[in-house]
Design a protein around this ligand. Structure first.
Ligand SMILES: Nc1ncnc2c1ncn2[C@@H]1O[C@H](COP(=O)(O)OP(=O)(O)OP(=O)(O)O)[C@@H](O)[C@H]1O
Ligand SMILES: [Mg+2]
Length: 353
């Protein structure tokens, strides 16, 4: 570009070698005049694809109004600072980014200089931190109250069963059944709470295992579940290295993820369960072809009692995140209107020998 020859040598060095993505663009529509390597790397473009194009043409800002707002702020104040927005890369990745921008003059003409800060990892860790804080809180609460609640429930349930057999209450069988099933529901919420934390000693046994064998053992159960929902279940399970597993917990996690997949699909939908090795991890994928996760709750997934279902408790994913955390595993979610995929990355078990 001609303009590059007229840039001060020192500025040019700072601009080109800066680890922050930077761009010089036209004030009117943001047409890129010059960009640095960090910007090209971050957005996965090569220079020829970017120079002479506007962010709008490249679809860089997920919400195109944000780009307009930045230009408006620049015209009103002469600069903009810490403008946070979502940026779309050429490879489809979406990044959380913060922009600073101000006027610079080259050959007597004003241009816009923008500096971008990629804060995707920071946002991710913040969310993860909040999730773990929530789990911790639930852990402390549930350990304290679960016994106190379970004992009276057991007593009341016992008496209800005793009275429902009496001929005097024969006409009220339905009510007794309803009361017992409501108590069972309350009990299952407590059981789920205990799954979120590790306060139940049953859930603290971890042994080195083959994920394939575990998944094969629960296949008939999942297949019956699929049949009941008139959905199809496809198993693509590979031979993978052993991992440290608590079988009860992993079963629960798979059931919860599979159940959510079935819930999200209309009749006749296909749910895929697969495993493979990726670097030093074994990856378990539960992929549905449902309607996708509601955008409003996407960054809050795993928060206890978060549900969009009439009959959901909103504990299923909180349980999964708790289990993943105890297995040193990470859960990644991708979702669109064509379906959702939950990926659980387990670290491969390493022996010291
Ligand atoms: N595969 C999926 N497709 C679409 N939405 C999903 C999927 N998995 C989870 N969700 C959304 O996340 C919410 C929380 O899921 P979670 O499993 O924690 O609770 P739930 O399924 O609503 O209730 P339950 O406690 O019975 O599992 C769901 O209500 C749903 O909106
Ligand atoms: Mg669920």
């Amino acid at each position: 570009m001609r303009i590059i020859k007229n840039l001060d040598e020192l500025f040019l060095k700072v601009f080109m070698s800066n680890p922050c993505p930077m761009a010089i663009s036209e004030l009117s529509d943001g047409t890129y005049i010059e960009v640095n390597d960090a910007l090209l790397d971050t957005l996965s473009y090569c220079k020829e694809e970017v120079i002479g194009k506007t962010p709008l043409e490249l679809g860089i800002f997920l919400d195109s109004i944000d780009h307009k707002k930045m230009l408006q702020l620049l015209n009103a104040h002469g600069y903009f600072k810490s403008f946070e927005t979502l940026v779309s890369c050429k490879n489809g990745n979406i990044l959380n980014a913060v922009f600073n921008g101000e006027f610079i003059t080259i050959e007597g003409r004003p241009y816009l200089l923008t500096v971008m800060n990629n804060i995707t990892a920071k946002r991710h860790y913040e969310q993860e931190f909040i999730r773990l804080e929530n789990l911790n809180l639930i852990g402390q609460m549930s350990a304290g109250i679960s016994h106190e609640i379970r004992n009276p429930i057991t007593t009341v349930r016992g008496f209800l069963q005793f009275f429902m057999r009496k001929s005097a209450y024969a006409h009220h069988q339905d009510y007794f059944e309803l009361m017992i099933s409501e108590l069972d529901k309350a009990n299952s919420i407590i059981t789920n709470f205990l799954y979120i934390t590790e306060s139940d000693p049953l859930h603290s046994q971890y042994i080195v295992q083959d994920l394939k064998k575990l998944l094969e053992r629960i296949q008939p159960l999942l297949a019956t579940n699929a049949l009941e929902k008139h959905n199809r279940l496809l198993y693509y399970i590979s031979d993978t290295p052993v991992i440290l597993i608590n079988e009860t917990e992993i079963r629960q996690m798979v059931f919860n993820l599979v159940q959510n997949g079935f819930d999200a699909m209309p009749m006749g939908g296909t749910l895929i369960l697969k495993t493979f090795r990726q670097d030093r991890h074994v990856v378990l994928v539960v992929q549905d072809h449902g309607t996708g996760i509601d955008e409003m709750i996407l960054d809050k997934l795993g928060t206890p009692f978060l549900t969009t279902k009439d009959n959901g408790t909103g504990l299923g994913l909180a349980v999964c995140y708790g289990i993943a955390h105890r297995h040193n595993a990470k859960i990644n979610v991708t979702t669109s209107s064509h379906g959702t995929s939950f990926e659980v990355h387990f670290p491969i078990y390493q022996t010291d020998s």
